[in-house]
Design a protein. Structure first.
Length: 366
């Protein structure tokens, strides 16, 4: 029985590493990719430590004893921001980021003296019960046993924040997908159950919980794939809701610029050749005059310059990736109505024509 469980546990670790590199190899936003890759890889390493403890490797290699403890606190903030990226489509670094990651960093710093102990010294205070100083021992134990409560807190914090980020319609979309609701609730149940089992010292049950947890993480990779369209709709709802709330007290110029950029980057409105100042201002809930003033004041650009910047960036990418596609075809694909308009806009922004741009990039570097 033990051998079978160990085999499944090791297989689940390999699956986690595979999923980590699968995320890393996909074309995703850097913050999203780094978050998931770090989470999966760290969790795989932590699982390896748990498995090694159960198999008695700690006694043979005491220098690795409790090395994983402070780093496990990072799992809570990582899962919080992973889910926030799914809902918002991006990650913002603010005071909350500092508050969530600060305890994790402080825990690592606090463990540094322990990391410097020899293997024999670590064995002597295995589990931290033999440390004489009560305060020092208490902090070590708080860090070791505080990982699951911290993880659950971060998960609940996301659920609370997530419900505030979405409109009533957005929440309804999520609640209708019972698989997603059950998945989140199951995470809390698994975390609490695993926490209780760790105190009970049940080695077999602990390995079972580790295997379930690992495959829960692997499962989410496929859940995310299946509901990719839903997550895009949730992100759009979150962005729209956040924007509307920011405008309640009048025209929030910063929010207008941010929302305009999101519409261009996420919905690629610039590809519409008929997109006008009036059409964009209508999407933003302000007048054309207000939008023009905001673009000039905040970005020092008029509407046409703002729009063409996105079109030219898209065209540059297509020119390099699709060498056999004609310039005029790319111009139309990027929202320009004529080759002449495309050439003029490209020359204004890049200081050269599209043809010159291609030749320059093809020119071998010395």
């Amino acid at each position: 029985m033990n051998n079978i469980l160990n085999l499944f546990a090791f297989a689940s670790i390999c699956s986690l590493v595979t999923i980590a590199f699968a995320y890393f190899s996909e074309k995703r936003k850097k913050a999203d990719m780094a978050m998931v890759f770090t989470f999966c890889l760290l969790w795989a390493i932590f699982t390896l430590f748990i498995l090694s403890d159960e198999l008695g490797f700690s006694g043979r290699y005491p220098q690795f004893l409790h090395v994983n403890e402070p780093f496990e606190l990072f799992m809570g903030p990582l899962i919080y921001y992973r889910f926030r990226i799914l809902v918002e489509g991006k990650m913002k670094f603010n005071l909350l980021t500092v508050l969530l990651f600060l305890p994790c960093v402080l825990a690592v710093i606090y463990f540094i003296p322990y990391f410097t102990l020899s293997g024999e010294e670590k064995l002597a205070c295995a589990g931290f019960q033999n440390i004489q100083d009560g305060i020092v021992r208490g902090i070590y134990l708080a860090i070791m046993h505080g990982q699951t409560p911290w993880f659950v807190f971060c998960l609940v914090l996301f659920i609370v924040h997530g419900s505030r980020m979405l409109s009533a319609e957005g929440i309804r979309m999520v609640m209708q997908k019972k698989v997603l609701v059950a998945y989140n609730l199951l995470w809390i149940v698994i975390a609490v159950t695993g926490y209780i089992i760790s105190f009970a010292g049940q080695g077999v049950l602990m390995r079972v919980m580790v295997i379930i947890t690992n495959y829960m993480i692997v499962l989410f990779y496929f859940v995310e794939k299946k509901y990719a369209r839903l997550f895009l709709l949730i992100q759009e709802d979150s962005t729209e809701t956040r924007y509307k709330r920011s405008m309640l007290g009048g025209v929030n110029t910063g929010a207008v610029v941010e929302r305009a950029k999101e519409l261009m980057e996420r919905e690629q409105l610039y590809l519409d050749e008929d997109l006008s100042l009036r059409a964009l201002s209508s999407r933003l809930g302000i007048t054309p005059h207000q939008l023009s003033e905001i673009l000039n004041g905040m970005l020092h650009a008029n509407f046409r310059t703002f729009l063409n910047a996105y079109r030219i960036d898209a065209a540059k990418k297509m020119l390099l990736e699709n060498e056999n596609t004609g310039v005029i075809h790319i111009a139309y694909q990027c929202g320009f109505k004529s080759k002449n308009a495309f050439n003029n806009a490209f020359l204004t922004r890049e200081g050269m024509t599209p043809t010159e741009f291609i030749k320059q990039r093809k020119k071998p570097r010395a």
